[in-house]
Design a protein around this ligand. Structure first.
Ligand SMILES: [Zn+2]
Length: 84
């Protein structure tokens, strides 16, 4: 098993999804099994995967960029602004 230090160094210097599979797999196993650094590094991997997914969707142009508020939500926001 690779060391915590190696996982930390690799994640600090590279994006998880850009690493070759032969480096990602031992890292993934370590993160799953290591109580010491697993939780922390799992969060980093999740965030990096999220960014990767976002970028892929952005490239594909299928991101919903418009946020639709319900009339009720709009009224609530307007009301909150008037109170200030
Ligand atoms: Zn570890």
């Amino acid at each position: 098993m690779i060391a915590c230090r190696q996982v930390a160094k690799a994640l600090a210097n590279h994006r998880y999804y850009e690493l070759p599979w032969y480096r990602r797999i031992p890292m993934f196993i370590h993160i799953r099994l290591c109580v010491m650094c697993g939780k922390y590094h799992q969060q980093i991997v999740d965030v990096q995967r999220g960014v990767h997914d976002y970028l892929e969707h952005e490239d594909a142009g299928d991101i919903e960029t418009h946020v639709h508020l319900s009339d009720e939500a709009k009224a609530r926001i307007a009301e909150a602004m008037e109170q200030k």
